[in-house]
Design a protein around this ligand. Sequence first.
Ligand code: ZN
Length: 230
Amino acid sequence: MAGQKAASDDASTVRRGGVQTPKGYLFEISGGRLCLDLANTVDNRPTPEARELLRSFGDIVDWGVQTGVVPGSTAKVLRWAAKRHPRAAAQALDRARRAREAIFRVFSAVAGRKAPPASAIKELNAALARALASRRVDLRGGRFAWGWPEHHPPDLDRVLWPAVLSAAELLISGELDRVRECEGERCAWLFLDRSKNRSRRWCDMTVCGNRTKARRHYARAKGRVAIGTS
Ligand SMILES: [Zn+2]
């Protein structure tokens, strides 16, 4: 969970849980797929203290830079465009959060071996239609590759599109049965379990894993005392 207090390892990075994160960044990128990292932009989701990490359009741009979705130059232009068109930026923020919630609901259900809600699939498909409408081929170094339009300024949904596409790709991939939801009581982060024996239980062992273990140990110790003193 990104809210965990970070201890410095060196001057340029901080350690959030077990993940090395560039200093000054808010997001912990531990999902293993872009769509899951987008779903994980809510902290403490199952609790009344749920915390929105995409608080402004600038946060989406920061997330895009940290995940490598957009280069710094595109991010700069996106921030400039958002300042000039605050209403459009607010609408883009709303679309990003809605797509994120659809992605969370779909993959949380998948992780729980349940059928995803039809309304979430519908919302995801609506976002996918917008993303696919912007997909294009680029000629780079004599070879064609998939790309996105890089207008100046770029579309305000530029960061969201690759995340939505990644959700569709993961859904039709053979890795869908590796999607898990963190077992931490205060956490609902999603991740792709790449462990050989498919035994990963926490978004991050050093954050949610240790906390859960400590709580169980405390509960056991308390139980022993109660029995011994009764
Ligand atoms: Zn967790």
